[in-house]
Design a protein around this ligand. Structure first.
Ligand code: GLA
Length: 370
């Protein structure tokens, strides 16, 4: 792996090709340029956030400076959008949504000048079990397929219609279905209650409904992890192609949870080009982070190099029209708010800023991309 030099471990103040490291670029966020400007000819740059960060002046200043897209880390997931109490008192098959919560998200994103990726409509995780139960009673057993399809359609209709009618254009894309493929990579995952009740058909139905209500006002994505795995990429491509032929989908979301050595850059490139074989597909890297349990100078320099190598590959694919990459989104603003520390059971330093919002070497290495 090549060191960028800008933040090389030797710390001799000499950058690649003789550039001098500006001390002001380290320790405070004083960079003259921003990520969204550096990549403006290629793709938008997003960040996963929580509404409290948009209300915090320091976080929101940093978010506004570098990003033009955001994804709510949790607040647009079904468990936070659905309203159990209100659903129980509906006499029909329309689960109720909490418009107060949604309004808060939309208002904050829009007042901070950010467009939103709607994450996520249909997922096996962070979706309350009561949604699948008779009378929304978690003790009452699951409803039948027909009822569940009606509930699915109603949920998708309500979310898309509410967002579009109250803040038109703010939500520009939805992860309509998240993580539908099993870890073996060659079949739909069976540990999803959507799958259990509806069967495989739930996948296509979700997109059919999303298109019906979103029309061409929002872009519809399928989003998944281990999306660079060849077997999984082949399976996803086959499924998405079928949806694309019906006009139900606009793109593939590659979650992009990387480590310091996995996947190899050419595996990511290979998968992107695979998805790009589906006519008309956009590609977005929706949840970028790079697990690193070492915040030594040397390790952060290696991280900066690896991020740079990957981003240069993305820019090349876009420049050469080999893939229509339209957004990249980092899964968290800074190392203090990353899910990876819990998930990996060790402190992780995967993002562009440290826990105090100071830029890490990787920020400068990405800002140096032409
Ligand atoms: C998946 C989901 C995200 C998030 C991460 C972990 O990738 O798509 O919403 O929950 O797991 O934080």
């Amino acid at each position: 792996m090549i060191m960028t030099g800008l933040f090389c471990a030797c710390g001799n103040g000499e950058g690649k090709k003789g550039e001098t490291v500006s001390p002001s670029a380290v320790g405070t966020e004083a960079s003259a340029t921003s990520l969204k400007d550096v990549f403006k000819n290629y793709f938008t740059v997003g960040v996963a956030i929580n509404t409290w960060q948009l209300s915090d002046p320091k976080d929101s200043a940093l978010i506004q400076k570098h990003f033009n897209s955001c994804t709510m880390e949790n607040e647009m997931k079904p468990e936070n959008v659905l309203d159990w109490e209100a659903s129980k008192s509906t006499s029909n098959e329309m689960p109720a949504i909490n418009k107060v919560n949604l309004e808060k998200v939309l208002k904050l994103a829009s007042s901070n000048g950010l467009k939103l990726r709607g994450h996520t409509l249909i997922w096996h995780n962070q979706t309350p079990d009561w949604l699948f139960c008779k009378n929304y009673d978690p003790e009452a057993g699951y409803v039948d397929k027909k009822t569940m399809l009606t509930r699915m359609e109603s949920y998708i209709e309500q979310v898309i219609t509410y967002c579009e009618s109250t803040y038109p254009g703010v939500v520009y894309a939805y992860d309509v279905v998240n993580e539908a493929v099993g870890d073996a990579g060659n079949e739909f995952r069976s540990d999803s209650t959507w799958y259990e009740i509806i069967g495989e058909e739930y996948f296509e139905k979700a997109f059919e409904y999303a298109r019906k209500y979103g029309k061409d006002k929002v872009k519809l994505f399928y989003n998944d992890y281990n999306e660079y795995d060849v077997k999984k990429a082949n399976f996803i491509t086959a499924q998405v192609k079928k949806l694309a032929e019906k006009g139900y989908i606009d793109g593939v979301g590659m979650q992009s949870h990387w480590t310091m050595d996995d996947p190899e850059v050419d595996m990511i490139e290979f998968a992107i080009e695979k998805y790009a074989t589906i006519p008309g597909m956009e590609i977005q890297l929706t949840e970028i982070d790079m697990h690193n349990n070492d915040d030594s100078e040397a390790s952060l320099a290696l991280q900066a190099d690896r991020y740079k190598e990957i981003f240069e590959m993305l820019v090349t694919l876009k420049k050469e029209n080999r893939a229509n990459i339209t957004n990249v989104t980092f899964w968290g603003l800074n190392d203090g708010v990353t899910w990876l520390t819990n998930f990996r059971k060790e402190t992780s330093y995967p993002l562009l800023f440290d826990a105090d919002n100071n830029p890490k070497p990787v920020l400068q290495s990405l800002l140096s991309i032409k």
